[in-house]
Design a protein around this ligand. Structure first.
Ligand SMILES: [Mn+2]
Length: 285
């Protein structure tokens, strides 16, 4: 048994299957963690969702901003962008079933110890590792993240999900301490789990900058993981931030989005030995 974690697929289905063959992934005994943004912009969003759903309990998903946006588009709350290449998915005979499955996925996953095939001693960090699409808000303790993930999941997986999806858009409050009502907590937490990259020094969320920390010219913002106290004792796996290209300045974070959909590559991490596998993006005309 081995645990594999893969970054943002965004419809790059062929690259996903190539990586799974490369590691000899066996869904009968291995587990695949997916860091969110399974869909949008790449050519194979429909195939990706059908495949990941078919893995059943061998797939552990967290929702990303593009996954949530797809749910909103399907619900008629937002219009699809042509560049998202979602028309085949939205017209598929099994789209309702796929959307119900997607909405039932959580925002946060605990990554279990995978020492069954490891010779090295387990560290504390590996006893305590989590995955979300963007990271953990520096204004949260781990217990806050667990509580908010459960709160979001309870709304998105409910029959009331479209009401809540319509409420997720917007950037206020960007400060957890100003989130008082359920709606404010919902919106803040969706943004923290799925859209965060940089934060201001007080830990509030900044939404516009997408470059890597080394390239930002804004001296008022820092990467979320530079402010988070949680990651001093807890490993965090995330996607979403393609310009990091898998590099981090902190030993406990594992950024997995390496911009496959932008022509770079898809990254997979084998957890027990922290070995990385890469698949170059296919050339799409
Ligand atoms: Mn994303």
């Amino acid at each position: 048994m081995a645990i594999y974690l893969v970054g943002d697929i965004q419809g790059c289905f062929n690259e996903l299957t190539a990586l799974l063959s490369k590691v000899n992934f066996d869904s009968k005994k291995d587990i695949l963690y997916l860091a969110g943004d399974l869909v949008a912009r790449g050519p194979g969003s429909l195939e990706t969702l059908r495949f990941v759903k078919s893995l059943g309990k061998s797939a552990k998903v967290v929702l990303g901003n593009h996954d949530l946006h797809l749910l909103a588009v399907h619900a008629g709350i937002k219009k699809a962008k042509k560049s998202d290449h979602l028309s085949a998915l939205l017209a598929a005979p099994d789209v309702d079933e796929l959307m119900d499955w997607l909405a039932a996925q959580p925002l946060l996953q605990k990554i279990p110890n995978d020492n069954s095939c490891s010779n090295k001693e387990t560290t504390n960090q590996e006893d305590n590792a989590y995955m979300s699409h963007a990271g953990i808000s520096p204004q949260w303790q781990l217990t806050d993240a667990l509580e908010q993930a459960e709160f979001l999941h309870s709304k998105l997986a409910s029959s009331d999900r479209n009401t809540w999806l319509a409420l997720m858009y917007g950037e206020e409050p960007n400060n957890w301490h100003k989130a008082k009502t359920d709606i404010e907590k919902f919106r803040y937490s969706i943004n923290a789990f799925t859209r965060m990259r940089f934060c201001f020094n007080d830990g509030s969320l900044e939404f516009t900058q997408k470059e890597s920390p080394g390239n930002t010219t804004n001296s008022n913002i820092v990467a979320w993981y530079e402010l988070s106290k949680t990651i001093s004792s807890t490993a965090w796996v995330f996607g979403h931030w393609a310009s990091l290209m898998g590099k981090s300045s902190h030993p406990n974070i594992y950024p997995l989005d390496t911009g496959c959909v932008w022509g770079n590559h898809l990254t997979m991490l084998r957890w027990h030995d922290k070995k990385y596998f890469k698949q170059n993006a296919e050339i799409i005309d």
